[in-house]
Design a protein around this ligand. Structure first.
Ligand code: MRU
Length: 343
């Protein structure tokens, strides 16, 4: 894989610093759980599955690899789980991964060396399963994209947002690898510019044809009949199929409906939260005003202006044509498809 978003060395976690892309490919080394929590909070690593995988390794780092520590490893693990869980509220993969690591921890012995090995095995499994899930989504989803299609995507749901390959971009990658002539229109994704900075960079690295547009150009593209499908990732999918994803996704979905263009969501089962009945129950992160008032560090709005900066919106299930998961393509009625999936 040409993009290494997350790399585990055995005693530290290496994260490709996504804040510096596309200008610089620099790597941040985290050698403790607080370092990983800080990296998630400050968007060094972002994207729902990537956040979950990073947190899992953060929990490995919480446990000392030698005996004779000052406090039992379970205490350090519990404190780290708490800290990591407080970093970003919307992407459910974070909580899913922490729960999975808690489950593994509950079966491990009191000896820290053995416990750390057990936790490491679990985190590596989460990492590898994420890549496998993305590959499977690619295989299921590629069929949905017609040869010659122009496909609109929003935010970054690629290798950078996962352990590798990507969810929405994984589907695009798989269709392209199968020989389909696909052209990707990339929404720049204000205010954090994941589309312009990350998705355009990823697609160009893989030589997949793409065109960058600002978010407010999507309506014109769809109105002009230039888009045959839209595909995005997700941060959390409620039991009824409502989809929380990067702010601006809802607008894309509504435009697709108006213009009779299919709107697809690609996400692993770890992004589905059947415990939340509808999108109304999904907590939406609000981020710093600076992201809106500044562009590349330069102020673009008057000092002191009031700002609203929700990082995600919720697309009602009725606008979703299908959800591509590693277990297959879910079709409406999505509440029933999700119920069957988790049965
Ligand atoms: O704030 P971010 O960059 O973490 O938001 C990311 C997104 O909204 C992605 O579309 C989503 O996590 C899916 S990633 C496969």
């Amino acid at each position: 894989m040409s993009i290494r978003t997350i790399e585990w060395t055995g005693d530290s976690l290496l994260l490709l610093d996504q804040r510096a892309l596309p200008g610089k490919e620099s790597v941040l080394r985290c050698s403790n759980a607080s370092g990983v929590a800080g990296a998630i909070r400050t968007m060094v690593v972002r994207g729902a599955p990537a956040i979950g995988v990073a947190a899992a390794f953060g929990l490995v780092l919480a446990v000392p690899c030698t005996r004779g520590g000052k406090r039992p490893w379970r205490e350090a693990f519990a404190a780290a789980a708490e800290e990591l869980g407080g970093t970003r509220p919307t992407a459910v993969n974070l909580f899913w991964a922490i729960e999975r690591m808690r489950g593994a921890a509950s079966t491990l012995p009191d000896d820290p060396e053995e416990a750390r090995r057990g936790l490491e095995n679990e985190a590596v499994a989460i990492y590898e399963e994420d890549i496998a899930a993305n590959r499977a989504m690619g295989a299921h989803g590629a069929r949905l994209l017609p040869d010659g299609a122009s496909v609109l995507t929003h935010c970054n749901a690629g290798a950078l947002a996962t352990a590798g390959y990507g969810t929405a971009l994984g589907v695009i990658r798989a269709a392209y690898a199968a020989g389909k002539r696909i052209h990707v229109y990339v929404d720049e994704t204000r205010p954090f510019l994941q589309g312009a900075r990350l998705t355009a960079w990823e697609l160009m690295k893989d030589r997949i044809p793409c065109t960058l547009v600002t978010d407010n150009m999507a309506a014109k593209l769809l109105g002009d009949g230039k888009i045959q499908a839209a595909i995005v990732g997700a941060d959390r999918i409620a039991g009824n199929g409502d989809v929380a994803n990067k702010i601006g996704t809802y607008g894309v979905a509504v435009l697709c409906r108006v213009h009779k263009v299919p709107f697809y969501v690609a996400a692993p089962c770890s992004t589905i939260d059947p415990g939340v009945r509808t999108g109304k129950g999904i907590p939406i992160e609000e981020r710093d005003a600076d992201e809106v008032t500044h562009l590349a560090g330069k102020r673009i709005a008057p000092d002191g202006v009031r700002v609203y900066n929700p990082a995600f919106d919720v697309t009602p299930a009725r606008y979703v044509t299908a959800i591509v998961t590693e277990k297959g393509v879910l079709l409406p009625p999505l509440s029933r498809a999700i119920r069957d999936l988790f049965r």
